[in-house]
Design a protein around this ligand. Sequence first.
Ligand code: EPZ
Length: 422
Amino acid sequence: MDKFLIEGGKSLRGTMTISGSKNAALPLMAAALLADGPVTITNVPLLNDIFTFNKVISETGTQVLFDQEKRELTIDPTHLNNHVAPYDLVRKMRASFYMTGALLGAAGDARVSLPGGCAWGPRPVNLHLEGMRALGASIEMDSGYVIAKAPNGRLPGGTFTMNPSSVGATVNLVLAAVKAGGKSVIRNAAMEPDVVNLCDNLNTLGARISGAGTPLLVIDGVDHIAPGTIHNTPDRIETGTYMIAAAMIPDSDVTLTNTLARDLGSFTDTFRKLRVGLEVGDSTIRIRSADRIPPVSIETAIYPGFPTDLQAQWATMMTQADGKSTVTDHIYPDRFSYVPELVRLGADIDRRDNTVIIRGRSLLKGASVMSTDLRASVSLVMAGLVARDETEVLRVYHLDRGYEKLEDKLNGVGAAIKRVSG
Ligand code: EPZ
């Protein structure tokens, strides 16, 4: 298993290119199964989760061609003939569960393994299943698999109110409803840019979805989704991650390119409270760190609130703030596996239920720390960038799932990260 050796204390200065979004690309890949022929997706990041999902999709008899140079993925469902997503793949990447909605929409029949939990606890799919039933699917369980069927091979459509709002369940229900025989209404739908990007792209291929980006999605089922080219959006979580990294490392001046500031929701307003240099363009963001980091407390919320996928990174920055702050996660109350690892580096941080109290002014010193999940891992790398001496971050395969060429991008602006294969 690969690890990183990080020599701390280097400022970040220069330009970093943001890759396509992992969490927006995965729904687009599943949506391609609904088309009458090949769909090409642009701006697809080179990430292990993408490669894993390619394998899941290929299991169905669908052809998948990934032009990694151009970052373009072509998915041709013409020969889709196997309506199964197997456990050994789904357990590696839970978004494979999108195959339920995609196969229901494409073939009226799906046998998909229930996804496992993850590093920070159970990740239920009850809303996905209740929603599918509301659209007219029969749902049964068999040996850890969901067996979903549409009466007479095509869902009639229906109405479903989601509680809580769920990104994944919204994606799955859109995929199931797009080619239904009638109209579907999803209330309290997720408003994340990942969902908006899915709906907008499907509409360019002939879908009839209205209300994307609002809590009320209305989907008029259509008979056909055309082949064509659709476009993935830049990764807003990668963007937020590098904004925080630049703000927390002294004497840094970083410009992010190929990004989309409007997708950051309220995060940008919260970020401004740091009083760092911030220049926001349409596709670029420049961050210059300041002499001090004020303590700024955050609470996560669904979009456009503060993203749960950035709370670990924010808490790590707050270890350097000149005062006490708190980070509360209302989406995933247990998403704090990074805390004991930050303590190993010298952080003064305590957890109480779904809140961490960070006392700031921590002089971090290098140590060996363990990655546990994608966003916790990148937070440990960020801590290593400011810690004195050398930090060893173990099990960086977690990072390779969701951050394209992380060490190359950071070393390109002055960091000293060495990947050791082992
Ligand atoms: C998506 O996960 C993202 N993953 C996650 O990013 C992200 O943290 C999460 O949305 C929240 O923004 C992808 O897009 C692939 P949810 P998802 O369903 O869809 C509860 C990363 O680091 N819930 O919106 O699984 C659930 O327990 C990953 O890139 C139910 O109760 O998240 C949670 O409290 C990690 N029943 C809340 O909803 C359900 O059936 C939000 O979860 C589904 C969800």
